[in-house]
Design a protein around this ligand. Sequence first.
Ligand SMILES: C[S@@+](CC[C@H](N)C(=O)[O-])C[C@H]1O[C@@H](n2cnc3c(N)ncnc32)[C@H](O)[C@@H]1O
Length: 250
Amino acid sequence: MPEPSENAASFGFRQVPLAEKQALVDRVFESVATRYDLMNDLMSGGLHRVWKNILVSAVNPPRNECPFALLDVAGGTGDIAMRVLDAGGPATSATVVDINPEMLRVGRERARGYDIAFAAGNAEALPCPDRAFDAATVAFGIRNVPRIERALAEAFRCLKIGGHFLCLEFSAVDVPGLDRLYDAYSFSAIPAIGAAVAGDADAYQYLVESIRRFPRPAAFADMMRAAGFRRVTWRPVSGGIVALHSGWRL
Ligand SMILES: C[S@@+](CC[C@H](N)C(=O)[O-])C[C@H]1O[C@@H](n2cnc3c(N)ncnc32)[C@H](O)[C@@H]1O
């Protein structure tokens, strides 16, 4: 596999010009938006709900009257934002930023009755003020962003001092035996389910490949530190299928 260069980005296992990656990613999510949440349940056997709840526990929104502002970057159909609002008190609010209008449209429909502001925007240049949020989350989104370091810098900019950044992302399976099973499942079953349910095997082939191209947890932790985050940690979940990364703006 060719190494990424300054003007190239990985789109799954392919190297593409950096400037073209976003349009390719956008096509994937435009194609799957209406079936996105159903596909998450089918592909993960419901496990994505457990992973998201682990993220929400780490966000730990106050249950009392204290105001708490969440920024959910690449928030798609609003799943994380709704879960954080369900877990928090009455003064918890959420802003979801996503680049894809179709994902946002589905999110706005789903999140009727929730105090969520949905905004179209790029994680690399968030349409949000400096130091405005108590927590910033990205779930299964950052690996789709062409310039990850810019997205990290933007999340950092938008957090208050003392704010918490949490990133849930697919990772590297570290349990012998599970790795081969996981590979077999990912590369054969997931595109097939994608074809049958979302009508787009290629979109899910991309998603599987993009997981393999995402930096290892220690490398991603270094990127978080380079963006300014402190007390950076991560923990593998479900044998390393996903990892929860945490850092603070101090
Ligand atoms: C796998 S989905 C995750 C959605 C949601 N966070 C969840 O966990 O259900 C990835 C999302 O990232 C969004 N995305 C991709 N590139 C982006 C970018 N540069 N800026 C903001 N959002 C982006 C896509 O539109 C898509 O909604």
